[in-house]
Ligand binder design. Structure first.
Ligand code: SF4
Ligand code: SF4
Length: 366
């Protein structure tokens, strides 16, 4: 990787990416960040003139799906953006160096960019047995994490593993897998949960820091508001079916063929905060609900201990809309063929759902 004094623009131009593609990327990123039209030129200017962000990327207990997410991105520029946008001096998964050479690079980067680098962490440290369940460079990962966190500017906790613990922290959690913010308490931490996070969300977070020289605004759980302030359910294209009480009841029923709402098949979209239904996946082509499967709440704390992904949401305590939605479904079924009655059901459904949504959001935000 080149020096951190190089700009993102220099790097991508050298890679043969056209200025037109670069400007398109800036425009799309401005939109995904929820910024106004002028922001695209602001982003372009920053990426053309500011040195790339020095980043150290470490891996604890995890499956590397966060790295895979952006490496495999179908978007022509997002595919390379994270790697080109940051001066990735150390990443123990994709760097060419290994062993003592890799550890020397880590130390060198820490000294050279003291107080300036971002520590990107994929996965989490297991704390049981003195951290022996994840050894990295001959030492428990937790030691490496603490030591690199000491001199960083901020930490990005990539994915649900780093943010909340994820499946490796599932009960009874024999390794003591622990989220980053429970181990590092004296540095700003941006949580970018998801299993994995969406490539454009990852790029958007890094672009924001590079462009504005500060961290994005975070919600009470530490997630960037621009990507995690809405539920999947709020912008889901199947939402009109939810409002009309039209649900898939069996995987191969008529409702499934017609693209009805997956709520009764266990969809957790009503309680899940992520950008899947707006940014979507694979360059905006689709997302899980569009391919026929309900959301299983991958970016939410504790999803792994809440039973099957196919359990109906009524099993989640304090969730305010399930009774309403079930009642709507029954009412809609009884109203088939009666257009006036059906219209009344839809109207009632919208009213009840709005009321229910408010309750669900209040409960979720707690
Ligand atoms: S319950 Fe799921 S499938 Fe139905 S509208 Fe909400 S997010 Fe979409
Ligand atoms: S739809 Fe839900 S489970 Fe699927 S990737 Fe998005 S947030 Fe995760």
């Amino acid at each position: 990787m080149g020096a951190a004094t190089e700009t993102f623009y220099n790097v991508i131009r050298r890679q043969g990416i056209t200025r037109r593609s670069f400007l398109k990327f800036c425009g799309l990123t401005a939109v995904s960040l929820g910024l106004g039209p002028l922001a695209a030129s602001h982003i372009a200017n920053a990426l053309e003139t500011k040195p790339r962000l020095p980043v150290i990327w470490m891996h604890g207990l995890e499956c590397t799906c966060c790295s895979e997410s952006f490496i495999r991105s179908a978007h022509p520029l997002v595919k390379d953006a994270v790697l080109s946008m940051i001066s990735l001096d150390y990443d123990d998964t994709i760097m060419a160096a290994a062993g003592h050479q890799a550890e020397a690079i880590l130390e060198e980067t820490r000294v050279k960019y003291k107080g300036q680098y971002v520590l990107a962490v994929e996965g989490n440290p297991p704390l049981n047995e003195d951290g022996m369940f994840c050894i990295d460079g001959g030492k428990p990962f937790v030691e490496k994490l603490r030591s690199m966190a000491d001199d960083c500017m901020a930490i990005i906790a990539w994915g649900t593993c780093a943010s909340w613990g994820c499946v490796q922290a599932a009960k009874p959690n024999p390794t003591g897998a622990t989220p980053i913010d429970k181990v590092i308490t004296n540095k700003p931490i941006i949580k970018v949960p998801g299993c994995p996070p969406i490539a454009e969300v990852m790029t958007g977070v890094v672009t924001f820091i590079t462009t504005f020289g500060k961290l994005p605004e975070l919600d009470r759980q530490g997630r960037p508001k621009m990507f995690y302030s809405q539920r999947i359910h709020d912008k889901c294209y199947r939402r009109p079916h939810f409002d009309a009480g039209q649900f898939v009841e069996e995987w191969d029923d008529e409702g499934a063929r017609k693209g009805y709402c997956l709520y009764k098949m266990g969809c957790k979209g009503p309680t899940t905060y992520n950008a899947c239904s707006t940014v979507r996946w694979n360059g905006g082509i689709s997302f899980p609900i569009q391919s026929g499967h309900g959301c299983f709440a991958c970016p939410e704390d504790g999803f792994w201990d809440r039973g099957s992904a196919y359990d109906h949401l009524t099993t989640i305590k304090q969730f305010g809309i399930e009774k309403t939605a079930d009642q709507i479904g029954m009412a809609a079924a009884g109203a088939v063929g009666l257009s006036v009655a059906a219209h009344a059901v839809v109207t009632a459904a919208k009213r009840l759902t709005r009321k229910g949504d408010g309750a669900a959001q209040d409960n979720h935000r707690g």
